[in-house]
Design a protein around this ligand. Structure first.
Ligand code: PLP
Length: 294
């Protein structure tokens, strides 16, 4: 990943009446050291973030990402982000993107220990090349997420519906999947409910219906999954949010991991069970996901 651009933001109150936030941004060298050693985002992973796919300078689904950033901030008791300020920062970052695929990251951190304010910054980097995953597909293994499907309601401080910076567990799950000979993991709750992948949502085709686990606070509501469901519905396919039991995975005849930068990667095996890639549908879905979306 090559870092191309970065700017820091002085977050303003969500009801700030300004329309131009240029003087709250500072463009910084994207490869030079920039953070204070007291940063709670780096010391504790205490902050929230978004990764936005960018195609030829067009930032995809900005509203959906900003909605989720606001929801994550609220769950973490961080100040509500000012939508207009973040939109302007995203526009500045998108203007700095090279042609092709890039990724804009938005980061809102608790700030510096004992410091006065949250800190925030935006980065632009070239996107990881997912071309192979989109065409050849990926093998996944199911991994126990270590909590049951009632955990979000019982223990909201686990912040399960927030996109926090604490991704060490997610990264460990991907490493474990690779140790088991797969490309990625699919989390299942300890009571056998399908959740999501460490960095993606899952969509399954079961009995002709496109199904994804209901985002009831246990998982993130994926912006790519939302977009894919709109596209599928517009083409006359049935879509459904519901609880999916792990035992039902065997009934899927096709499945995908979807996320903002990877787009749709067809799953070719879940544990030992092979799945066919619906090549035509996957290609059409990825063509849609690569087109400008708002
Ligand atoms: N679930 C998790 C845990 C993720 O980290 C991500 C994206 O990084 C997603 C789902 C998919 O979200 P999106 O489609 O908005 O990228």
């Amino acid at each position: 990943m090559a870092w191309r651009y970065a700017l820091t933001i002085e977050p303003v109150a969500s009801d700030d009446a300004r329309t131009d936030f240029g003087d709250t941004f500072s463009v910084i060298d994207p490869v030079a050291p920039a953070l204070s050693v007291g940063e709670l985002s780096t010391q504790r992973g205490d902050g929230v973030f978004e990764s936005i796919g960018v195609i030829d300078g067009h930032a995809q689904e900005v509203s959906a990402h900003l909605d989720r950033l606001a929801r994550s901030a609220q769950l973490c008791d961080l100040p509500v982000p000012h939508e207009g300020q973040w939109r302007q920062a995203i526009a500045a970052a998108a203007a700095a993107c090279d042609p092709g695929e890039s990724v804009i990251k938005l980061i809102l951190s608790r700030g510096v220990e004992h410091g006065p304010a949250p800190t925030a910054w935006v980065t632009v980097a070239s996107a990881t090349d997912f071309a192979d995953a989109r065409t050849r597909g990926i093998r996944v293994v199911t991994l126990d997420r270590g909590f049951d499907s009632a955990a979000a309601a019982r223990a909201p401080w686990l912040l399960l519906g927030a996109k926090t910076l604490s991704y060490a567990v997610n990264m460990a799950a991907i490493r474990e999947a690779k140790r088991r000979g797969a490309d990625d993991a699919l989390f299942v709750s300890s009571d056998g409910v399908v959740l999501e992948a460490p960095t993606a949502s899952v969509i399954l085709r079961i009995d002709g219906v496109f199904v994804t686990p209901a985002p009831t606070g246990l998982i993130l509501h994926g912006t790519t999954q939302l977009s894919a469901f709109q596209w599928l519905a517009s083409r006359g396919f049935d879509t459904e949010y519901r609880d999916v039991a792990a035992a039902e995975l065997q009934r899927a005849d096709a499945a995908w991991l979807v996320s903002s930068v990877r787009l749709a990667a067809p799953i070719t095996a879940i544990d030992a069970m092979p799945l066919t890639n619906d090549v035509e549908l996957t290609a059409a879905l990825n063509a849609y996901l690569l087109s400008p979306r708002d």
